[in-house]
Design a protein around this ligand. Structure first.
Ligand SMILES: [Zn+2]
Length: 383
């Protein structure tokens, strides 16, 4: 989405943003309510009343969506997951979580918090509408009943729709939590839940297409066409989101399943630590063309030297400085085992900021794993 969005305030410390596409829905909802729904439900009012009530109802509907997202956010924050922002857009709202949930239980509670809020709001609005109806309030009391009933029904629908068990809908997240607890593999669970997301996305889009077809052929009322279009839109959106989730999950699965041994550079040449930089450049960097070498001292790896480390020293000093002077000294974070997964290697690289690690086996360096080797693997895997 490249359209702009604007921050309209904060709640629970989270910036609330409104995406440009939101205004489209706002206008559409207001227009539908003011010209069709309200004149049917409350005949005999002025046009300006209908438009005013329509706009108020549209705003309250979006407030409902915002409260739904705040429900997710509140529980996520209880699990110390930072929320980047909440964005209201064409298809409702989305709370951007900055980390994955720590456990299946956390995932489940965060997922159902949104629908729980929607059902509570729905019950409250319907209850208020029924009470107002029973009391037969004067002065626009009937308008209150109609709007309350509408908001109540829409909130219940919102809760039900989000419980569809296809990732990334809330029901799909709850399902992922269950699969995760059962299979003990987060990415596998994500991949399965997203597969159902693909299925439900396809079903919704097909149902939408069916409604449009029915309206065109005259079997259904012409007004069902707009519902059909909306359903197709939402189905396509769900399908697309599930598709990219699945791709990511399968990539992560591959990264977890592939070990460092299969991707590492096997030709390991070590540089003696007391060599001058000039000799290191001539006899190693130029001669082999590698970007880095483990540094050895009495048969032990004591560090790593890269082209950048050498480049940081002015050329006039190369004869006077040794490899040991400029190398990155060995620390436990510099070494990994060949059995580690690529995922673990990448996590270590991100955590330490090293873009290359020495693969050790039985105390000997047997390979190097570099950021570019991992990137190459990713590229091949994508193809
Ligand atoms: Zn939700």
């Amino acid at each position: 989405m490249t359209l702009p969005s604007w921050e309209i305030g904060r709640a629970l410390g989270i910036p609330i943003r409104v995406h440009a596409s939101w205004f489209l829905v706002f206008v559409f909802v207001t227009w539908t309510l003011a010209t069709e729904y309200l004149p049917d439900a409350l005949p005999g009012l002025s046009d300006s009343r209908y438009w005013g009530m329509g706009a108020a109802a549209a705003l309250l509907l979006f407030l409902s969506v915002l409260l739904h997202e705040l429900g997710h956010s509140y529980v996520a924050q209880r699990y110390r997951i930072p929320i980047g922002q909440i964005t209201l857009f064409l298809f409702g709202g989305v709370a951007q979580m900055r980390a994955e949930p720590p456990s299946p239980k956390a995932e489940f509670l965060i997922a159902i918090a949104g629908p729980v809020v929607s059902f509570a709001l729905g019950a409250f609005c319907l209850g208020a509408a029924l009470a107002a109806d029973w009391l037969s309030l004067p002065f626009g009391g009937q308008g209150f009943v109609v709007l309350g009933g509408l908001l109540g029904v829409v909130n219940v629908q919102l809760g039900l729709f989000n419980l569809i068990p296809g990732f990334p809908l809330d029901g799909g997240r709850a399902l992922r939590a269950g699969l995760w607890a059962w299979g003990r593999d987060f990415h596998w669970a994500t991949s399965r839940a997203a597969l159902l997301g693909l299925g439900f996305g396809f079903l919704l889009a097909s149902a939408g297409a069916g409604l449009i077809g029915g309206a065109i052929s005259g079997m259904l009322h012409p007004s069902t066409a707009s519902n059909g279009g909306w359903l197709m839109f939402i189905g396509a959106f769900l399908f697309g989101a599930a598709w990219s989730t699945r791709r990511q999950a399968s990539l992560r699965l591959a990264l977890n399943a592939t070990c460092v041994r299969d991707v590492m550079i096997r030709a390991v040449v070590t540089i003696p630590s007391q060599l001058s930089l000039q000799a290191a450049v001539d006899e190693f960097f130029v001669a082999y063309g590698y970007g880095s070498f483990p540094v050895a001292e009495e048969g032990r790896v004591v560090g790593l030297i890269t082209v950048q480390d050498v480049q940081a020293i002015s050329q006039g000093l190369w004869t006077w400085r040794t490899v040991a002077d400029v190398m990155r000294p060995a620390s436990p974070e510099l070494f990994i085992q060949p059995e580690w997964s690529i995922m673990q290697a990448m996590e270590l690289m991100v955590r330490t900021g090293f873009d290359r690690l020495v693969v050790m086996e039985d105390g000997r360096p047997v390979g190097l794993i570099t950021g570019s080797a991992v990137a190459r693997f990713l590229q091949l895997h994508k193809a």
